[in-house]
Design a protein around this ligand. Structure first.
Ligand code: SF4
Ligand code: SF4
Length: 70
C-alpha cells in the first residue's frame, strides 16, 4: 500500500486580525501544526495539523476558526 496523504473535511485557520500572539495555540499543539510565518504571524501548517482542535479551544480571542474544505 502506498502512503497517501490523509485528507480532512475541514481545516483550522488563524485570523491575523484577531490574533494577539499569546502563544496559547503553540503550547497546546502536539503535532507541530502551529508556526510563525514569514510575516511574523501565527499560522497553521496544514500538512502537520491533525485537526485535533486543541488550538481552536485554547485560543482566548476566537482567532482560530474551523473551515470546511472544498
Ligand atoms: S488543530 Fe491540533 S494539530 Fe492542528 S494546529 Fe491546532 S492544535 Fe495543532
Ligand atoms: S491562541 Fe489565538 S490569539 Fe493566541 S497566538 Fe494562537 S491564534 Fe493567536
Amino acid at each position: 500500500m502506498t502512503a497517501s496523504k490523509k485528507t480532512y473535511k475541514f481545516s483550522y485557520q488563524i485570523d491575523q486580525a484577531l490574533c494577539m500572539a499569546c502563544a496559547a495555540c503553540e503550547w497546546e499543539c502536539r503535532d507541530g501544526g502551529i508556526y510563525i510565518d514569514e510575516t511574523v504571524n501565527y499560522a497553521i501548517n496544514l500538512d502537520n495539523c491533525t485537526r485535533c482542535g486543541r488550538c481552536f479551544r485554547a485560543c482566548p480571542t476566537g482567532a482560530i476558526s474551523r473551515v470546511s474544505n472544498p
